[in-house]
Design a protein around this ligand. Structure first.
Ligand code: ZN
Length: 263
């Protein structure tokens, strides 16, 4: 995909930070790219921190186009401890479904647009992302060194996973203990907090029972809907392992999503 090279100074307004449950918003077209639309503001959460992107639609005077991915580009690095890889500002591109690309020729900058997300997918990703923090917190509490040897994570709708470098393999009994600790945290059913750090909008912290994890993703407000977490391990190669969690009893509740912006 061609990406903008026009000396970007623009920032897309990230409405999802103010209201995670806003599913639709009026906005305007900022740029039309070869395979994507950039809006002046959006409710669509871009791929980031391992969390997969939202999908949805953009309604324009010329018709409706579907977007299948959302990307954030041109942010500047967050210079705070623990926020490696995070960025401030940037533009957000809505990558258009291949079957709708022919419609891009009719779309002009400044056009009114209504962007709407697939809330079932968003809520599944939100639940999966929240579950991943319990997996991570439990793994780190058992093996502190994993924190510095985390290679990355992938938050999908039905599961989430972390990859680590390990000197000693994660044993089966350790996997069972990680699962036990993660479920103990979930069963506490405490309040999950998620807010910006030091007034920096893009530097956000997930907090639960004294555990603080820098993270800009979307999260549940309590762990109750996750249900029981199943944890398993996969060997990826010498010294490289994956911890995967699934949540077969999870309940997806989209009742908090709404169409109008909060006053
Ligand atoms: Zn998170």
């Amino acid at each position: 995909m061609n990406i903008p090279t026009d000396g970007i100074l623009r920032n897309t307004k990230k409405i999802y930070y103010n209201d995670q449950y806003l599913m639709s918003a009026h906005t305007k077209v900022a740029r039309v790219h070869s395979e994507a639309i950039e809006l002046t503001s959006t409710v669509a959460y871009p791929e980031g921190g391992g969390q997969e992107a939202d999908r949805g639609t953009i309604e324009l005077p010329t018709g409706v186009v579907r977007f299948i991915w959302v990307k954030k580009l041109y942010g500047t690095p967050i210079r705070l401890d623990g926020f490696k890889g995070g960025t401030l500002g940037g533009v957000i591109l809505h990558v258009i479904h291949p079957d709708d690309l022919h419609r891009l020729d009719q779309i002009m900058e400044g056009m009114n647009a209504q962007v709407t997300i697939d809330i079932v997918r968003r809520e599944r990703l939100t639940l999966s992302h929240t579950a991943s923090h319990f997996l991570y917190a439990a793994a780190i509490s058992l093996r502190e060194e994993l924190k510095q040897w985390t290679l990355g994570c992938h938050i999908k709708e039905a599961s989430s996973r972390f990859d680590f470098f390990v000197e000693d393999s994660i044993r089966s009994d350790e996997v069972i203990e990680i699962e036990r600790r993660a479920n103990t945290l979930i069963d506490c059913n405490d309040v999950i907090r998620h807010c910006a750090v030091e007034g920096v909008e893009d530097a956000r912290m997930w907090t639960y029972q004294g555990i603080n994890i820098p993270c800009g993703g979307t999260h549940l407000e309590s762990p109750l809907l996750i249900g029981h977490l199943n944890v398993r391990r996969k060997r990826l190669g010498k010294g490289k392992e994956r911890l995967i969690c699934e949540f077969p009893n999870a309940e997806i509740d989209v009742s908090r999503y709404h169409k109008r912006e909060l006053p």
